[in-house]
Structure formats: structure tokens, C-alpha cells
Design a protein around this ligand. Structure first.
Ligand code: ATP
Ligand code: MG
Length: 351
């Protein structure tokens, strides 16, 4: 069993705290994705789990064993680094066998396990190549084989697809996911590609400024974001500043009254609305109906994006599904839009 328990994990560099009090429980065989903007502490967190960065506080347990103070080669974590970090003077097979050498595995077994790992990522034909003789995608696969060769209890992937083109990325992420399932590997993958995160994850963790903001399923993060940051980071939202006048009623800074869920008491607030939650020409009885002027139209294929001015200085982004026969509104046209009360998400303005 390779359950990973991270508790109160913190990293300080001098006076600056880059990871603060991260607590996470990753189930045996779970695929967890760490998502967050650049510099939020994702790599630092993974490196602490792998043993390359010493935590300032907190603990890490793997399969019930405390590994917080263990050196990397005694923790049985396989890591794929953001920049692959293959040794340039070693060929692929030697690179893949390196971790086994560190773990004092006998030579014959090392070679067999290196080839087995290369087979898993379909890189056997490249065993004799040097890193500089391979494409970025091939190097990334070799780095993955190196992590798999040690038969890790936990696989740590730091943006393993960052240097692949869009099409290859989609292929490799599916391969990684299938391999991970097949091997039942407990995995943490870092990415800042949202679509990638949503596609492969069992569960997601959103980080910002060194802290966990929310842990949950795709649907949790998208439909019930914990705060304003998550609402803007996972998927798209239009934000309108204003205040909750009374429970269930929001008034924008421009004075537009909007029915919202009654989650928040009166006070300064921000309202977030997903572009696809708004529809054109709503029925008479729709809870929110308002007028807007089209300021921008963008044809995106499956949908048409409109930017509407709903009051001086207040805009709303709307996605209209591109159904057969639809006529997108023209620039400058006045339209009526609407959305149900439940589609609004209100957050305290301080968040
Ligand atoms: N050795 C170090 N000394 C001082 N500060 C560091 C060190 N390593 C990382 N940091 C800082 O810690 C913060 C988090 O860095 P980290 O590499 O974990 O971010 P990240 O979330 O992986 O970002 P990215 O998406 O750009 O890879 C950054 O502000 C970074 O400058
Ligand atoms: Mg990083």
C-alpha cells in the first residue's frame, strides 16, 4: 500500500515562505493533480516529497512510514523533473538505470529493469541514444522510464508534458494515465494546463501563493469554487464588483440588481458568472434578465464569444453554443440576456 500523507508541510527560504502548511492525503493508486500559477510552490512541494528539498516544518508519510528525514534514494519516490534532468553524458539506458545503481541493485537486474521501463514508454529502440540525439518528447519519455524503473511507491510528475506540442501532449497524457492505472501507482502530477488537469485527475488541488486553496473533484472546483481565486483560475468567470444588499440580492457598482444564491450576508462582494451560464433571449420568467450591448464578437468554432456592456464600465462575457442556423448578434446590437439565480457565485470582496 502506498498511501501518501503530507501534514503541515512548509518551506521557508530566509524570511520568505514559499510553501505554507500543506496538508494532503493521497490514497493508494490515486492520481492527484496539483494546479496553480507560476511560482505558487508546486515544484517545491514535489521536491520535498521526493527528498530533494528539506522541509522547514511538517511531515511526510509513505505507506505508513515517516520519510520526512530520509534521503531521496531511500524513499522510493520516482520523480520526473520539469526540465527532464537527464544526464547528458549517459545514454538512455544508463539514465534509466541510474536510480537503480543509487539503490545498489545488481547490474544484471538493473539492465533488465531499465529495458522493462523503456518498453513501458515505447522507447526501447532509443536505449543507446544520448539525450541530445533525441527530441524533447523522447527525452520526456526517457525521464518517465527512469522514474518507473525504480518501481516507485509514488510517482511525482512535474509538468512532464510541458515541452510537447499540443497533439503529442494529448497522446502522452492518456498514455501516462493508462500506465498509472495499470501499475496502480499513487501519483502527483503538477501542471498549469487546466484542460490537462481536468482530463487526467482523480482529484485536484489548487494552490496559490504557497497555500492550498481547494481540494476536490473537477465538478467541485468548477461548480463550487472555494474562493474568488479558484473561480477565476479553474474555467472562466466574469467578475462584477458590488455588494450583497441583502441575502440573495447583489447590486453591482453600476447599480444593477441581480438575484444570487443566498450564501452570503450583506457586505462588499464580487459576483462571478460562467460565460456558458448566460443565455440570449431568456424566457420571460427567468430570474435575471438584463439588456446588453455587443462590444466584441469572436467566432471560436463550437461556440461564439460575446462581450456585452451591461452598464457603464460593466461587462459580461457570454458563450453562445454555435448551433445550426444560429445568427450571431452583430457588433453594437442590443440583446437581452438572462441566467438563473443559482448560476451566480458570490464571494466576499476581501477574498
Ligand atoms: N532555492 C530557492 N531559494 C529561494 N527561493 C526559491 C528557491 N526555490 C524556489 N524558490 C521560490 O519559491 C517559490 C515557489 O517556487 P516553485 O518552483 O515551487 O514554483 P512552481 O509553482 O513550481 O512554479 P512554476 O509553475 O513556474 O514551475 C518561487 O517564488 C521561487 O522563486
Ligand atoms: Mg515548477
Amino acid at each position: 500500500m502506498a498511501r501518501l500523507e503530507i501534514a503541515g508541510l512548509t518551506k521557508r527560504y530566509g524570511a520568505v515562505t514559499t510553501v505554507r502548511d500543506v496538508t494532503l492525503d493521497v490514497a493508494d493508486g490515486e492520481f492527484l493533480v496539483l494546479l496553480g500559477p507560476s511560482g505558487c510552490g508546486k515544484t517545491t512541494t514535489l521536491r520535498m516529497v521526493a527528498g530533494f528539498v528539506e522541509p522547514s516544518a511538517g511531515s511526510i508519510r509513505l505507506g505508513g512510514r515517516d520519510i520526512t528525514g530520509s534521503p531521496p534514494w531511500l524513499r522510493n519516490t520516482g520523480m520526473v523533473f520539469q526540465n527532464y534532468a537527464l544526464f547528458p553524458h549517459m545514454n538512455v539506458a544508463e539514465n534509466v538505470a541510474f536510480g537503480l545503481e543509487m539503490r545498489k541493485v545488481p547490474k544484471a537486474e538493473r539492465e533488465a529493469r531499465a529495458m522493462e521501463a523503456l518498453r513501458m514508454v515505447r522507447m526501447e529502440p532509443y536505449a543507446g541514444r544520448l539525450p541530445r540525439q533525441m527530441s524533447g518528447g523522447q527525452q520526456q519519455r526517457a525521464a518517465l522510464a527512469r522514474a518507473l524503473a525504480i518501481h516507485p511507491d509514488v510517482l511525482l510528475l512535474d509538468e512532464p508534458l510541458s515541452n510537447l506540442d499540443a497533439k503529442l501532449r494529448e497522446e502522452v497524457r492518456v498514455e501516462i494515465r493508462q500506465l498509472q492505472r495499470q501499475l496502480g501507482l499513487t501519483t502527483i502530477m503538477v501542471t498549469h494546463d487546466q484542460e490537462e488537469a481536468l482530463t487526467v485527475a482523480d482529484r485536484l488541488v489548487v494552490m496559490a501563493e504557497g497555500e492550498i486553496r481547494q481540494v476536490g473533484s473537477q465538478q467541485d472546483l468548477y461548480e463550487r469554487p472555494a474562493d474568488r481565486f479558484v473561480a477565476g483560475f479553474v474555467g472562466r468567470s466574469t467578475f462584477l464588483a458590488g455588494r450583497v444588499a441583502e441575502r440573495g440580492r447583489f447590486v453591482t457598482a453600476g447599480g444593477i440588481g441581480i438575484a444570487v444564491p443566498d450564501a452570503m450576508a450583506a457586505g462588499p462582494a464580487v459576483l462571478a458568472i460562467r460565460p456558458e451560464a448566460v443565455h440570449l433571449a431568456p424566457p420571460e420568467e427567468e430570474e435575471n434578465r438584463l439588456a446588453g450591448v455587443v462590444e466584441f464578437v469572436s467566432y471560436l468554432g463550437p461556440l461564439i464569444e460575446l462581450h456585452l456592456r451591461i452598464a457603464a464600465g460593466e461587462k459580461l462575457v457570454v458563450h453562445v453554443p454555435n448551433r445550426a442556423g444560429i445568427r450571431p448578434p452583430a457588433l453594437g446590437e442590443s440583446v437581452t440576456i438572462g441566467w438563473p439565480r443559482a448560476a451566480g457565485m458570490v464571494f466576499p470582496d476581501a477574498a
